[in-house]
Design a protein around this ligand. Structure first.
Ligand code: DQA
Length: 146
């Protein structure tokens, strides 16, 4: 079965309690459960992981590279706007990759308008809350099957 990984970056473990007016009230566990459920319906294996640490996320991207996953959905959180190292790890990963954001980063503070990650992913989905993740999953599965 195709392996799809979903990686969540810093502070996303706080979803549901963190700035709910920006990020909504759904918790990360609830998002992961929805993704696993959708994955089952689409016949793919979903692995969800969250870390607050840049190096851990990079280790996981290298693990994904070594194990040859089918596709990736990633919300890098604040690292989107700061991390060359995360971008480099993503660039090395040959599978389809979708960057997702709950909020519309382009409608927020200027420092959120730039993403180090966007140039090395297949596509970007943002501003749709939990739906960003669900559409990201749908997109990546389609790309894997193309
Ligand atoms: C985010 C947007 C980022 O700018 C922010 O730092 C986050 C979450 C989003 O999902 O909207 O942590 O990636």
């Amino acid at each position: 079965m195709t392996d799809i990984w979903v990686l969540h970056g810093p502070n996303l473990n706080m979803l549901g309690r963190r700035e709910p007016e920006v990020y909504g009230t759904t918790t990360l566990d609830e998002i992961d459960a929805m993704l696993v459920h959708r994955g089952q319906a689409m016949g793919v294996q979903i692995t969800c992981r969250q870390s607050n640490h840049e190096g851990v996320l990079i280790d996981w991207l290298q693990e994904a590279f070594n194990s040859g996953i089918g596709g990736l959905v990633i919300n890098p959180g604040g690292l989107t706007h700061t991390s060359v190292a995360l971008r480099d790890a993503l660039a090395a990963l040959p599978c389809p990759k979708i960057e997702v954001h709950l909020s519309n980063v382009w409608a927020r503070e200027e420092f959120r308008h730039h993403s180090f990650v966007s140039p090395v992913v297949t596509g970007v989905i943002g501003g749709l809350g939990v739906e960003s993740y669900l559409l990201g999953l749908q997109a990546v599965v389609k790309l894997v099957r193309k």
